[in-house]
Write a protein that binds this ligand. Structure first.
Ligand code: NAG
Length: 298
């Protein structure tokens, strides 16, 4: 017969085991654009998959997705998508993942596309995240950590609308109406190793900012503008959920830019710290399991 001395460590052990698996983060996607956006999600190799790899978001709509611990991968927004009436093929003018369906199913974004990159529970248990314009730009996107601590746990992204301001040699046009729908990276546009940080330029000493990368950096100082832009572009946080917002601020659409500065005062939904429903669920599971354990012995 088990003694109470045995039950106490058993209680603690079971609590620990269940608590470690109980917390996972969430990504809340919100579309504040005036147009429909189809988020795409690509999980890195060897990382647990998310429950979806692509879905539609109407203007004003939000969708929250649970994210397993230690997930890593990238997220982006597809725009100007249509489904062919005859073939049923789903394609997007920007950010297309080539899957022919709304789900991206393991395919990444065709550049140019604004990318949000995450590594959860990485070095020192920190989440690493950034918004990257290294593969070009297609729409404004912001990452906002909620309820996290430590590191440099702040909002990042690119709130500016750059499709019209984009240098003409980098512009991607909608052939139907002549509107600029995306902005290529110089690497994508010219294939020059100097812009791509490849070949002799594949290290931070030789690959430097260019006038093209500076166009992106001036508009969006917190976003990656070329491959070795790490110092000002990588952010860290622990225990946070993340809000991912397309077109964060309506005023950013008219960001012909007060001297090219990032709009620091972007509109942010009141960021009160919330208790994760997963944490509450985990706590209830632990209580229930321990109750059963006690009943077993008394
Ligand atoms: C954030 O902190 C990390 C180290 O945890 C550092 O490498 C990075 O440069 C910092 N980012 C910014 C934008 O200061």
């Amino acid at each position: 017969m088990a003694s109470t001395q045995l039950l106490v460590p058993l209680f603690l052990l079971s609590s620990l085991i269940m608590l470690s698996g109980a917390y996972s983060a969430t990504f809340t996607f919100t579309n504040k654009c005036s147009y429909q956006v189809w988020p795409g999600i690509l999980s890195n190799a060897g990382t647990p998959q998310l429950p979806t790899t692509g879905f539609a978001l109407q203007p004003g709509e939000s969708n929250t997705i649970p994210v397993p611990t230690s997930w890593s991968g990238r997220l982006w927004g597809r725009t100007l998508c249509t489904q062919d009436a005859n073939t049923g093929k789903f394609t997007c003018l920007t950010g297309d993942c080539g899957s022919s369906t709304i789900q991206c199913s393991g395919n990444g974004a065709a550049p140019p596309a604004t990318l949000a990159e995450f590594t959860l529970n990485g070095a020192d248990g920190l989440d690493f995240y950034d918004v990257s314009l290294v593969d070009g730009y297609n729409l404004p996107m912001l990452i906002e950590p909620q309820g996290g601590t430590g590191g440099n746990c702040t909002m990042t992204g690119c709130g500016a609308s750059l499709n019209n301001a984009c240098p003409s040699e980098l512009k991607v046009m909608d052939s139907e109406n002549g509107e600029s729908v995306a902005c290529k990276s110089a690497c994508d546009a010219f294939g020059d190793p100097q812009y791509c940080c490849s070949g002799a330029y594949a290290n931070p000493n030789t690959c430097k900012a260019s006038s093209y990368s500076e166009f992106f950096k001036n508009a969006c100082p917190r976003a990656y503008s070329y491959a070795y832009d790490d110092g000002t572009s990588t952010f860290t946080c622990a225990g946070a959920n993340y809000a991912i917002t397309f077109c964060p601020s309506p005023s950013s659409t008219s960001l012909k830019s007060a001297n090219g500065q990032y709009p620091e005062a972007v509109e942010v939904s009141a960021g009160t710290h919330r208790t994760s429903p997963y944490l509450i669920g985990g706590a209830i599971t632990i209580l229930a399991a321990n109750w059963r354990l006690w009943q077993l012995f008394f």
